[in-house]
Ligand binder design. Structure first.
Ligand SMILES: [Zn+2]
Length: 415
């Protein structure tokens, strides 16, 4: 396991923070540092067709070692880290044989990782936890995923007695800013299906995510001296507040869970003459998703209608744009790809946790680009901040799951 820990540390100590304000791919120059390192490592462990394109997308092949035809499968992870928290100068701390108590991440700043707040920690008693020093994120999201894929490929190369079909590996930049998939060459990747290794706790297996839309509603006002305003003034801020009040009050992120969708107001900016409301709309169910978008448009229309006579044109204009869709639609027709992952976990005594994602993944975009792509745990917790940690044992288990999926796929298509 030390080998896996060393590999993981060699990745997280390279800063690869992405930047949503950049138009280039990768969004930050420094992502090349780890990308180039990964290319060399993939070649060194014996992978074939190792390529990196002008946008830093890395692909590599592990050739089949069986005679019969097996569908080509892939494993995908991202090497950037979120811009939400600094990823520079990561100094990982290794806590061996975790005793179930508080872990002092940083004595000077009194930053403590405590199971009384993060209850998940308790399931890893006795294991080796890798944490931050309290001043950066860790980057287990998703360098744990990369560690597991590279380690699994290395293991398969060193153990030719394990039979598998052709396997493709793909590492992407910029997932954290929603651009991990958009320049992914699915045809060049050439896999029938793939798995992102980008989930959280051990056992997670996900193939349902939200349908997602973003909306911007612009409210138009009419400025008149308040002393002479009767029947003339239209205050766009009040129109906006009427709009927000008309949204279903219980269907918000803080009051929903599981398969319950929501409306989420993310920003309001305004003056008397013009106010904009920004929001996101989420639902796993396609019909309910469409109904939610319709509802937003209807509330805006209702407000416009009330002022049509006075204003002469709509005072509330809703601009609603789809962002991504539930991958379930693309995965259910090929549900055996989920079954194989589930079986792999069971054979390794890992209890599969199959639940809908209340968000999206690279895999949902890839699924709509023709590469069905469920998501598997990478093992980390508390992503995107200083409390991020990963048990080394979970990274080992995820590595084992990759190996087992390769093996089961070859077996399933044998004769
Ligand atoms: Zn991730």
């Amino acid at each position: 396991m030390q080998h896996i820990i060393d590999r993981f540390i060699s990745y997280v100590t390279v800063d690869t923070e992405s930047d949503p304000n950049s138009d280039t791919t990768p969004s930050t120059e420094k992502q090349w540092d780890l990308a180039n390192q990964l290319v060399e490592e993939l070649k060194a462990i014996g992978m074939e067709d190792v390529t990196i394109d002008e946008n830093a997308y890395i692909m590599a092949t592990l050739p089949s070692n069986v005679e019969h035809d097996v569908p080509v499968i892939g494993f995908v992870a991202h090497f950037d880290t979120t811009p939400d928290f600094t990823g520079a100068n990561v100094k990982p701390q290794i806590i061996e044989n975790y005793d179930g108590g508080d872990i002092v991440l940083n004595k000077e700043q009194n930053i403590v990782l405590s199971p009384s707040y993060f209850k998940d920690m308790l399931q890893y008693k006795g294991q080796t936890l890798i944490t931050t020093d309290g001043t950066t994120l860790l980057g287990a999201d998703d360098k744990a995923g990369i560690t597991e894929i590279v380690s699994a490929m290395e293991y398969l190369i060193q153990h030719p007695e394990i039979k598998h079909g052709k396997i493709r590996v793909g590492f992407t930049p910029d997932e954290e800013i929603g651009r991990g998939a958009h320049k992914f060459d699915v045809a060049k990747f050439g896999a029938e299906w793939a798995y992102t290794m980008d989930g959280s706790q051990i056992g997670e297996l996900e193939y349902e995510n939200f349908n997602a839309a973003g909306a911007k509603i612009t409210f138009k006002g009419k400025s008149v001296h308040p002393g002479y305003a009767k029947g003339k003034m239209i205050n766009s801020m009040l129109l906006a507040s009427r709009f927000v009040a008309a949204l279903p009050q219980d269907e918000v992120p803080e009051r929903t869970t599981g398969y319950e969708g929501f409306y989420h107001v993310t920003g309001i900016e305004g003056s008397l003459e013009e106010t904009t409301v920004k929001m996101i709309i989420r639902d796993h169910d396609k019909e309910k998703f469409e109904a939610r978008k319709k509802k937003v448009a209807e509330i805006a229309d209702e407000i416009s209608n009330d002022f049509m006579e006075q204003f002469g044109e709509p005072v509330a204009i809703a601009d609603i744009k789809d962002q991504y869709y539930n991958m379930k639609e693309k995965v259910v027709p090929v549900i055996h790809i989920v079954d194989i992952a589930e079986q792999a976990m069971k054979e390794l005594s890992i209890e599969p946790i199959i639940k809908p994602i209340r968000g999206g993944t690279d895999g949902c975009q890839l699924s709509y680009m023709g590469l069905p792509c469920p998501n598997i745990f990478a093992g980390g917790h508390n992503f995107h901040g200083k409390y991020e940690y990963v048990p080394a044992e979970s990274m080992q288990k995820a590595t084992d799951v990759i190996i087992k999926i390769a093996e089961l796929t070859a077996k399933k298509y044998n004769g």
